[in-house]
Ligand binder design. Structure first.
Ligand code: SF4
Ligand code: ZN
Length: 310
C-alpha cells in the first residue's frame, strides 16, 4: 500500500477519504484537520491561553502534541482519580510526555482532595462511578482553567466519541443534550471556561496511528470502569456500519452539526437565556450553578454525610 500523497510506504489506510498515508503525510493530515476544526468553529487563536485536559490516553496526548507543534500556547492538566494502577500508569505517561517536551503540567489530585478514590466515592453516594467521575472532572477542569486564567479548555474527544454520543442522544431523543452537543461550548458567563474539542474531525484509528508515528507513549488500556459502558456499545455498532459503508460516522456527526444548525446555535447559546439568568455562585465553592450548591459540592456533601454515618 502506497501513500496517495507522496507514494512512499503507507502506514494507514483511511477508507472514509479513500486514501492511504505514510507517517509524515499522516502527521500533516492530522495537523490540518485540527487547524481546520479550530478555524471553522472559531475555537481559539494563537493569542489564547489553552489548557488541555490530559488523561494519559492517546487522544489527549495527541491533541497536546499537535497544538504544541502548531505553535499554540498550551499547557496540560491531569486529574488523578485514584483508580488503582490505572491512575498510577496514566499519570506516569502524562508526566513523561510533559517532561520530554518541557511543557507545563498542572496536576490535581482529586483522590486526595476528596480523601478517597473515585470508585469509593461513587459507592459511598450510590451513584455510577462514571457519573461521579464526570462530575469531578468537569468541576476540576473548569476550576483550574478559570483560576489560572486560561481562555479555553480543550479536551481530546474524537469523531468516534462524538458520533457515539450523538447516537445515544438520538436513540433516546434527548433534546436537551442534542441542543448542547457540539465541538464548542462558549464561556457563557464568568466562572465558566470556553470548552473546545479540536479532534472532532479525526477518528480513534487515525489518532492512534498519529501517536505511533510521532513516538507518543500513551496508556493503551481503557479505564477499568469503562467496561459495560453504553458508549462502548454505540461505538461498536458504529464501527460495524463504518466498515460496511465508509464515511458513515463522519456524515452522521458532521451532518448533525449542519442539519441541526448546531454550529450557529452553539456560537450564540450554549445555554438558554433563562439558564444564564438563573445561574449564580455556588454557596460552597463559588462556581456558577442554578441551585444553591453546584453538583460537585452536592456530591461531596453527600459523601461526607455517608462517611460520618458509616
Ligand atoms: Fe471516569 Fe468512567 Fe471515564 Fe473511567 S471510564 S475515566 S471512571 S468517566
Ligand atoms: Zn460548588
Amino acid at each position: 500500500m502506497k501513500c496517495r500523497k507522496c507514494l512512499d510506504k503507507a502506514v494507514l489506510s483511511i477508507p472514509r477519504h479513500n486514501t492511504a498515508l505514510c507517517g509524515p503525510c499522516l502527521t500533516e493530515y492530522a495537523q490540518i484537520q485540527v487547524e481546520r476544526a479550530i478555524g471553522r468553529e472559531k475555537m481559539c487563536t494563537k493569542e489564547n491561553k489553552i489548557l488541555v485536559a490530559v488523561s494519559g490516553g492517546k487522544d489527549s496526548l495527541a491533541l497536546w502534541d499537535i497544538l504544541l507543534k502548531l505553535g499554540y500556547y498550551v499547557d496540560g492538566l491531569y486529574v488523578n482519580l485514584g483508580i488503582g494502577q490505572y491512575s498510577v500508569r496514566s499519570r506516569q505517561k502524562v508526566e513523561a510526555f510533559a517532561e520530554l517536551r518541557n511543557a507545563m503540567l498542572f496536576t490535581k489530585d482529586a483522590a486526595n482532595d476528596e480523601g478517597i478514590g473515585i470508585r469509593e466515592l461513587a459507592d459511598l453516594v450510590r451513584r455510577p462511578t462514571c457519573a461521579a467521575c464526570g462530575c469531578i472532572k468537569r468541576y476540576q477542569f473548569n476550576r483550574v482553567a478559570v483560576d489560572q486564567n486560561y481562555d479555553v479548555l480543550a479536551t481530546g474527544h474524537n469523531l468516534d466519541d462524538e458520533a457515539a454520543r450523538l447516537m445515544g442522544n438520538v436513540l433516546r431523543w434527548n433534546q436537551e443534550f442534542l441542543e448542547k452537543q457540539g465541538p464548542v461550548l462558549p464561556a457563557s458567563m464568568e466562572g465558566f471556561a470556553k470548552k473546545i474539542k479540536p479532534l472532532y474531525r479525526l477518528t480513534e484509528r487515525e489518532i492512534a496511528a498519529y501517536c505511533v508515528v510521532n513516538g507518543i507513549d500513551y496508556i493503551v488500556e481503557d479505564c477499568p470502569m469503562a467496561t459495560g459502558s453504553r458508549l462502548l456499545v454505540y461505538k461498536e455498532a458504529l464501527d460495524v456500519i463504518e466498515q460496511a459503508s465508509p464515511g458513515s460516522k463522519q456524515s452522521f456527526y458532521w451532518g448533525f452539526l449542519v442539519q441541526q444548525g448546531a454550529k450557529a446555535q452553539l456560537d450564540h447559546q450554549s445555554m438558554s437565556d433563562r439558564d444564564i439568568a438563573i445561574l449564580h455562585p455556588c454557596e460552597e465553592c463559588g462556581q456558577p450553578t442554578s441551585a444553591a450548591m453546584c453538583s460537585y459540592c452536592k456530591l461531596m456533601a453527600k459523601a461526607q454525610i455517608h462517611q460520618k454515618v458509616s
